[in-house]
Design a protein around this ligand. Structure first.
Ligand code: GTP
Length: 597
């Protein structure tokens, strides 16, 4: 293999600007896949991903391309995930590349994520090739987009105009990749040093790790060591994606591929870790390794108690593929036996919940997300509490600490006021504000993580019409005046509904939460009071009236199909209900904290 003929690159884009479509066209143009074999958007493999339009698992495909200079090149296209929960995975994928295609919609222009992506790409020292896509649209304004490029420090003359949909400009894109992106440099004769940027679990082959060889080479029979976990394995197979897995004799510095080595658990081939040769190790691992650490926890309870074992099996299977997912058994007075799951962020949590329901056909009740609090008790003991229900009584507590993050928000200057207001509402402490160029501003706040996980990003986006981006990093634990809000339904405290809030907001949250619960909990045959209390001190109360009508009365006996629909709807609703004491509580109620205003 001639290193000068290898190029590793990725595509970055704001949502919907055409990243997947362009990737498809590149694969077709290079005959990597035939048009008729083309499953739409090949790079997004999982069904769920496709529906949500995001990429969760990075992948890499090798293309062969004969360039203008008559030489054959190996172009490795590395796909990157696209959400703040997976920023670390993105950063590792970018580290494996030398260049990036920056796709910008010719009608929409530069958007929030475009800018965020540029920063990530610059941090990874990538050559950026701007691609103005969708020029076939009537509303396309490539000249305006070029002016916007100047504003963000990119030379507009470098932009390539494409219509990924109609296959226009695809050759130019590939030529630009060959001409502008440098080839990898690492020394083939040094000890093995390879960066893992993804790994997946396959039931037949075990873990398949994806990596970029930085120095040295890797081949079957070699004893390798994962430097962070210090686990060793014997290489069974190395190979490339064309896009199917194809084994090769060896992979050398600069190449991208996979390794199968009898690895049983993705925990042993973590994203960001360095693979080296066990008997001839490299002096130093690659910089930047971070252990995936759950930030957000929630309770996962089967609606049918009998599904408890199924839920455990499903979680174990998902964990094989997801090093960041954690879970432990947990019991709730209200919900019975379940698990406490740990996740990277809210999106990660939602994805796991959905996969449990869809792929394993489980009906779940999930409780509101929570962070881990450090509770210092009067007797000197320090507890780590990840479930509000387990918070000790107020009189036992000396003080409580909560996790803080440094949040970096990037947004157009028109929205600075809105961004700041939201951050302040969420107990944010202002740190810094900088103009990145004439119109774009970077705000830095320190915020409690608990505020971030309660829908902060979505609210930020709606406050800024989608323009703001958010990135955050854990900075440490801070003391705060926190209290546990007990929720009583029909005078019974419901442990799975309790939450931890700041003392100053407790009254307000108690009011809105009880109002929401009144909305979500259906009328029963009797009147049901819903109360919020701190200790025994009730601070808010709402009353759910006793049931009067039944649903079918509204149908006037006539329309059969409508009646059936209503009944079905009711049945559907029932599935996600839990009988708690004498009251039926639906799923939405356990997440009510996420929808209070
Ligand atoms: P995410 O995966 O959600 O980040 O989106 P993406 O950036 O991968 O965009 P995708 O390729 O899914 O394209 C988004 C939409 O734009 C799809 O409906 C495409 O068919 C459409 N699209 C992509 N390229 C073009 C183009 O050149 N012209 C037109 N008219 N539509 C395009």
């Amino acid at each position: 293999v001639n290193q000068d003929r290898i190029i590793n690159f990725c595509i970055i884009a704001h949502v919907d600007h055409g990243k997947s479509t362009l990737a498809d066209r590149l694969l077709e143009y290079t005959d990597t896949i035939e048009e008729r074999d083309m499953e739409e958007q090949l790079l997004d493999t999982m069904e769920l991903e496709r529906e949500r339009g995001i990429t969760i698992k990075a992948q890499a495909v090798r293309m062969n391309y004969e360039a203008d200079d008559g030489q054959n090149y190996i172009l490795n296209l590395i796909d990157t995930p696209g959400h703040v929960d997976f920023n670390y995975e993105v950063s590792r994928s970018l580290e494996a590349c030398e260049g990036a295609l920056l796709v910008i919609d010719a009608a929409q222009g530069v958007e929030a994520q475009t800018l965020a992506n540029i920063y990530l790409a610059l941090e990874a020292d990538l050559e950026i090739i701007p691609v103005i896509n969708k020029i076939d649209l009537d509303s396309a304004r490539p000249d305006l987009v070029k002016e916007e490029l100047i504003d963000i420090g990119i030379d507009p003359d470098e932009a390539i105009l494409t219509s990924a949909k109609e296959g226009v400009g695809i050759g130019e894109v590939l030529d630009a990749v060959v001409e502008r992106v440098s080839s990898p440099a690492g020394d083939i004769d040094r000890p093995l040093k390879a960066l893992i940027f993804d790994s997946v679990y396959d039931p037949y082959q075990g873990v398949i790790a994806y990596y970029r060889v930085v120095e040295g080479s890797i081949e079957p029979g070699m004893e390798i060591e994962m430097m962070a976990t210090e686990k060793t394995f014997e290489v069974e197979e190395v190979g490339i994606f064309t896009p199917n897995m194809e084994s090769v004799d060896r992979l050398v510095a600069g190449e991208v591929g996979y390794v199968i080595a009898g690895i049983k658990d993705v925990k042993h081939s973590r994203v960001g870790d360095t693979i080296t040769e066990a008997n001839n190790p490299t002096d130093e691992p690659l910089p930047g390794y971070q252990k995936a650490k759950p930030m957000v926890y929630c309770g996962l309870y089967p609606v049918e108690g009998a599904d408890y074992d199924l839920l455990r099996d499903a979680l174990e299977k998902l964990q094989l593929n997801d090093a960041a997912l954690t879970f432990e058994p947990e019991t709730s007075e209200a919900l019975g036996f379940g698990y406490r799951g740990g996740f990277l962020g809210l999106l990660h949590m939602e994805i796991i919940q959905e996969r449990l329901e869809r792929e394993y056909d489980l009906d779940l009740i999930t409780t509101a997300p929570s962070v881990v609090y450090k509770v210092h008790k009067e007797d000197g003991e320090v507890l780590e509490i990840e479930n509000p229900a387990k918070m000790p009584e107020p009189q036992e507590i000396d003080f409580i600490e909560e996790p803080f993050v440094e949040a970096t928000i990037m947004l157009p200057d028109d929205y600075v006021g809105d961004g700041m207001e939201l951050a302040q509402d969420r107990r944010g402490e202002f740190e810094d504000m900088q103009y990145l160029d004439e119109t774009r501003v970077k705000l830095v706040y320190e915020l409690p993580l608990s505020e971030i996980i309660l829908d902060f990003f979505d609210q930020l986006k709606s406050a800024t019409r989608g323009y703001a981006t958010l990135d955050y990093e854990f900075v440490g634990y801070r003391e705060a005046d926190l209290v546990k809000l007990n929720i009583l339904v029909n005078k019974d405290p419901i442990d799975a509904l309790s939450c931890i809030v700041h003392e100053d907001n407790a009254y307000e949250i108690g009011q809105s939460l009880t109002r929401k619960l009144k909305e979500f909990i259906p009328e029963q045959m009797f009147e049901v009071p819903v109360q919020a209390a701190i200790g025994n001190n009730v601070i808010a109360r709402q009353t759910i009236r006793a049931k009067r009508k039944n649903v079918l009365q509204k149908c006037y006996g006539g329309d059969v199909s409508r009646k059936r629909k209503l009944l079905e709807k009711q049945k559907e609703g029932k599935k996600r209900m839990k009988q708690v004491g004498s009251v039926e509580i639906p799923q939405e109620a356990f997440m009510a904290i996420l929808s209070i205003d």
